[in-house]
Write a protein that binds this ligand. Sequence first.
Ligand SMILES: Cc1ncc(COP(=O)(O)O)c(C=O)c1O
Length: 393
Amino acid sequence: MSYDFSTSAPREDTNAEKYMLREELFGTNDVLPVWVADMDINTPDFVLNAVKKRLEHPVFGYEEVPKSAFEAQMAWMKKEHSVEFALEDMLYSHSVVASMNVAIEAFSSVGDKVIVQTPVYPPFFHSVMEHERELLKNPLKLKDDGTYTFDIEDLKSKIDEKTKLLLLCSPHNPVGRVWRREELEQILELCLEHNIVVFSDEIHSDLVYAPNVHIPFASLSQEARDITVTAIGGAKTFNMAGFAISSVAIPNKTLRERFLKIYKRIHFANGSTLSHVAFETAYREGKIWLEELKVHLLKNYCMLKELSEKFPHLIKLTPIEGTYLAWFDCRGLGLRDKELREFFVHKAGLGLSPGISFGREGSRYMRLNFAVSSAKMLQVIEKLQKALQEHRN
Ligand SMILES: Cc1ncc(COP(=O)(O)O)c(C=O)c1O
């Protein structure tokens, strides 16, 4: 391995959300935070070096997103995910969640229904409700082996003429699924039949573990491409959420114009000079770093798996296909949601995301972000092991 993930820079004295909000969320600063989906792993040095180089130029006036930045991302998507977009399809966005909110405004009206597949990253359902759209909840189906799939029958029974948009999380946060072609095609068929636009949040698409393969929704067919708004970015892949840059790909001109109408109204601007540099460099130079990162992440996941297998009656780790988010079924602990959260804070000294925050279906689950250095991972394992042992005794 040419990159070293054994340690990472301390973040306590930066403005890292994961650390700053500990007191507010967990009632104490004395927790190792493994909640927010960014990594306690240094942003790659080639990204930082490119940013430092740009800082040598003394002017930071208004800037366009350079075409070369989008081209770098488009080339990455073609090579890594076999999906091709044209330059004219691409729009800058500072945030995938912001893009999702624009899509809700653009493709539905007050009172329309928007499909969300719970348990899911909370802004999916918050965004729908904040826009006064009706939440059409199509919970994922939990299978006997602890993995999830779409509940197509449930979806079929709920769609009606007011259903305008589906918010797809692909790969899925928090359940770690990388959707198979056959699964996505079932969703596509229904959306085509009912004229439903798909907002496909593919922010986790690079963090997929072999043999699983990410299939961009827009790559399913020309018809799929025509109804899809794809949101992508390097925030998760290269740990650069702080640069606040992502993109939206909308090949269908009519959909793009509808999206742009809202986008322009709220003045999305063009991002920051340094973010353009970071974004382009990451996509041009990031392949080897990412491959090595995934080996490291999988090692961390295996440590969690080994640990959970020592306590099979207490916790079960959901098999993972993508993302760096471990989804623990904690029902065996016999604790209610509030108690569960307190157990992790006070008995383990760990700040996790409560499963219930991802929707009712996440009740008595917890999400643990294992994208940390090897040194930190040892601490996580030690803390978790101690708490589980004490609980068992
Ligand atoms: C599925 C998903 N979408 C979007 C985001 C956030 O993206 P952004 O910071 O670009 O809004 C996250 C972050 O955890 C996520 O997991």
